[in-house]
Design a protein around this ligand. Sequence first.
Ligand SMILES: Nc1ncnc2c1ncn2[C@@H]1O[C@H](COP(=O)(O)OP(=O)(O)OP(=O)(O)O)[C@@H](O)[C@H]1O
Ligand SMILES: [Mg+2]
Length: 268
Amino acid sequence: MAGGVGVMIRDVVKAFTAGAGRLLVLDGVSLSCRPGEFVSVLGPSGAGKTTLLRLIAGLDRPQGGEVAIVDGSRRRLDRTAIRLGMVFQEPRLLPWASLFHNVRYGLQDRAKSMSRAERERAVQEALELLGLSGFSSYLPHQVSGGMAQRAALARALVSDPDLLLLDEPLGSLDVKNRLAVQDLLDGMAGRRSCIMVTQSIDEAVYLSDRIYILSERPASVVAEIEVSLPRPRDRLSAGFARCQRRVLEALGAAPRPRRPGPDLKVEG
Ligand SMILES: Nc1ncnc2c1ncn2[C@@H]1O[C@H](COP(=O)(O)OP(=O)(O)OP(=O)(O)O)[C@@H](O)[C@H]1O
Ligand SMILES: [Mg+2]
């Protein structure tokens, strides 16, 4: 979409009714993603990160507040007017379909305006981008967990989405593939909007323009950290380390300076 797509979330409240009780999950969450921005969300397990992504995708509705998809002038957009790509926390591939057909499924409405040859090329390109070209005819149970996760990413990217929602998308990738996919996502920075849930501080600092930290459930935003380091980022730079420390502090997990004391004394 010309001008790009953003997300505006204001005072969102979400509760679930399960069993005998009501569970308040999101309690006044506000955050935003400007067109072309890469935003990460970090927070404790069970805080409501997946719930938040599902609300943005329109898969669920909040009880209070607003989740809006907006254009560059902050005008509300209908979800049907944008191309949305989503990678769920589990790959969620169709078990009976090959990787090719799983990725082809991600073309959605874009497929209608393409010839058969164009569709095949788009799918092959997405598979190649994620290092899966040799496995297009494999079924999901015939590939590893990391390969399935990369196929899910290919399925989300093949539609050339305006907005990409990623729920811990690189969790089961080995180090080499993880770094390669991080570079792939970094290469898209500025060209599409992306909101990623991650547990990796390194990944969030490497990729994000902004990082939001959620509290324990019921979750609200406890910190918003701008990352203005130039891209591609140098993981070994002082600026990168400073940023990691800010995130750690916001998570309440920064290492405290050690004071020598009786417990730390080394005899010998
Ligand atoms: N459909 C549902 N019905 C009832 N409770 C739900 C539902 N979906 C999520 N929850 C509850 O909402 C809370 C938040 O779940 P969510 O999956 O959003 O957490 P998360 O932050 O993504 O956790 P993790 O880091 O472990 O993936 C959990 O306590 C979960 O049990
Ligand atoms: Mg989750």
